[in-house]
Design a protein around this ligand. Structure first.
Ligand code: AGV
Ligand code: CA
Length: 311
């Protein structure tokens, strides 16, 4: 039986590639998709999502728009990426969009989809947790219909990836955008699998990866990977604030193939205020989360490129 997955993302290049890859997984049935305007602008991210479903999916889905707002906004340059993906010729060849926009906001779409799905749903979140936190406040009953949450977020290292004024650098961005939302989800009884910076740091976009996709561009789906990852800066000599990693794609690959990674349970809290806001910290009596802390890099790139070849 196929795993039922509800996907909430925030329109980055790796979020949109994640949507594309989910549509190629034989073991997965996507029950719903929604977009939150965190690391993107909403309109192009929703357009791109609908076009990806049209081009690479089998129909039957709509895309819900989130009306959630965060506390700490993403840099504009990063939010622009969704415009570039949306404009790719491969997504605009047909000249029309079939997949509709859902008639309700993301958090209500999430509630209705989980309730309407007979089996338990696995939630895959590759942006902030705001829509899930709101859904839990509105409909606490859905907790028991949720198999688990798989989230790209957090780190237990000293160095996060937020480099902003008034912050100490210990947070990961998806937690930092809305720390209260993460804290709300930590209060729930939902099982949480965290694909944290520990593992995503091991999958930077590098030139050899780009070269591989270029060499195999005769596959439509691999060409799509190459076109999308041409928009973001690779790791060359050293890591900078804008260096791109395959954060969300690793998280998505983990849903399809757990053997790629190593997992360890850590008790933790989320800081919601002050210079460490958005930090996830290990605390003995904190809430347990399963942290993906290590990945087989080569197996991961083989797996995700192989999925793309099926498109
Ligand atoms: O912190 C990683 C999250 C992932 O969900 N996002 C990007 C991924 O979609 C925020 C982010 C951190 N550094 C970035 C980010 C960068 N250099 N460019 C774009 N987004
Ligand atoms: Ca993201």
């Amino acid at each position: 039986m196929k795993k039922k997955i509800y996907f909430n993302h925030d329109g980055g290049v790796d979020d949109l590639i994640s949507l594309f890859l989910l549509l190629q997984m034989d073991s997965v049935e996507l029950t719903g998709v929604s977009v939150i305007p965190a690391d993107c602008y909403l309109e192009p991210a929703v357009f791109a999502s609908r076009k990806i479903i049209d081009r690479f999916g089998n129909g039957g889905l709509d895309v819900a728009e989130s009306n959630s707002r965060g506390k700490n906004p993403f840099p504009k340059d990063w939010r622009m990426h969704a415009f570039y993906v949306d404009a790719l010729p491969i997504l605009n060849e047909s000249g029309n969009i079939v997949t509709p926009v859902a008639g309700k906001p993301a958090h209500l779409h999430l509630i209705d989809t989980v309730r309407a799905t007979e089996e338990k749903t696995t939630l895959l979140f590759t942006g902030p947790l705001t829509d899930l936190a709101r859904a839990l406040d509105e409909a606490p009953d859905i907790e028991e219909k949720i198999e688990k949450l798989v989230w790209m977020g957090g780190t237990f290292r000293e160095a996060g990836n937020v480099h902003e004024p008034e912050h100490d650098g210990t947070a990961e961005w998806n937690v930092f955008w809305d720390p209260e939302a993460a804290a709300r989800v930590w209060e729930s009884n939902i099982e949480i699998d965290l694909v944290a910076l520990e593992s995503t740091n091991q999958v930077p976009l590098t030139l050899d990866v780009r070269e591989r996709w270029a060499a195999e561009r005769k596959y439509l789906g691999v060409d799509f990977l190459g076109q999308c990852y041409a928009m973001v800066p690779p790791l060359v000599h050293f890591s900078t604030n804008s260096t791109y990693y395959l954060w969300d794609v690793l998280t998505t690959a983990y849903v399809g193939n757990r053997d790629l990674v190593k997992v360890q349970t850590i008790n933790s809290i989320v800081h919601t205020e002050g210079p460490s806001q958005g930090r996830t910290e290990e605390i003995a009596d904190g809430r347990p989360v399963n942290v993906v802390y290590d990945v087989n890099r080569d197996a991961f790139f083989d797996y995700m490129t192989g999925l793309a070849k099926k498109a």
